[in-house]
Design a protein around this ligand. Sequence first.
Ligand SMILES: NC(=O)c1ccc[n+]([C@@H]2O[C@H](COP(=O)([O-])OP(=O)(O)OC[C@H]3O[C@@H](n4cnc5c(N)ncnc54)[C@H](OP(=O)(O)O)[C@@H]3O)[C@@H](O)[C@H]2O)c1
Length: 280
Amino acid sequence: MTILVTGARGNVGRRVLDRLHAAGHPLRASGRVPGDLSVPRGVEVAELDLTRPATFDAALRGVDGAFLYAEPDGAKELFEAAARAGVRHVVLLSSSTVSGPAAATDPLAAHHAAVEDALAASAVPGTVLRPGAFASNALGWSHAIAAGQPVRIPFADAHTAPVHEDDIADAAVAALGDASSAGRTITLSGPRSITFREQLAVLGALLGREIPVHELTREEAEEEMGRFMPAPVLTSLLDQWEAAVGRPAEVHDVAPVTGRPGRTFESWAREHLDAFTARS
Ligand SMILES: NC(=O)c1ccc[n+]([C@@H]2O[C@H](COP(=O)([O-])OP(=O)(O)OC[C@H]3O[C@@H](n4cnc5c(N)ncnc54)[C@H](OP(=O)(O)O)[C@@H]3O)[C@@H](O)[C@H]2O)c1
């Protein structure tokens, strides 16, 4: 009855691991470099690189259920190996981009859709979680905020409904514990639509100071963000944000899945305030 948690040091994966451990499940945590994993006492550790089929069989041996990050290279082989190992339920962390308005041209949507399709075509029962923008994306502003510098962003009035990673982990654990969720696709969001500027105002109120915003033009954002993001991904992201200016994001209540109301961006910001504070 072992549950495998891939990406066990990831933002969501670690939370899934901790919840399953607290509930007393036999667990196997995996990573590409298992030696880097620090896991609770009693949790097995395995090497699993989702792009390397040679690592699949050993990581899946004796596994009943699995929490999975989406990696298209090797997905077909992974689900074949899972079927061979007798895995009875996979919960896949996908993305709401798959059903978004730009799904046909969005590389992020294609990345996640390829894994969803491989799961659907396999013999392994699966539940697909499609979260929208993570609240933790705000950590991208932490360096500037901690340094007291303006936050440089395009489309500051674009809306998202940021979802707390604890809600995604709660949904994953609920799905793993509910065999009847197999075959379902569940879209997840935070409880309210909020603009980037409003997120920064929430952080500013908690920090007790105004956070200056320097709004970039699209061209400036292409130049600055293009230094660390592939062009097709950046183009798609900027298109989405541009279309979301002044347009509230759809809200998908997590409560029917997790049994509790979705956590707000304010609660996320309160919990992560240290990341936005200058270190001496
Ligand atoms: N940020 C958003 O707004 C958003 C919205 C919707 C969906 N998503 C999706 O959510 C996921 C990110 O979640 P997160 O914040 O928890 O990520 P994270 O903290 O960056 O962790 C990513 C995890 O994925 C694992 N991983 C990556 N490539 C792997 C591979 N080839 N084989 C095995 N494991 C691999 C890493 O494992 P190692 O320990 O081996 O490094 C790591 O633990 C992405 O798939 C993203 O597209 C994000």
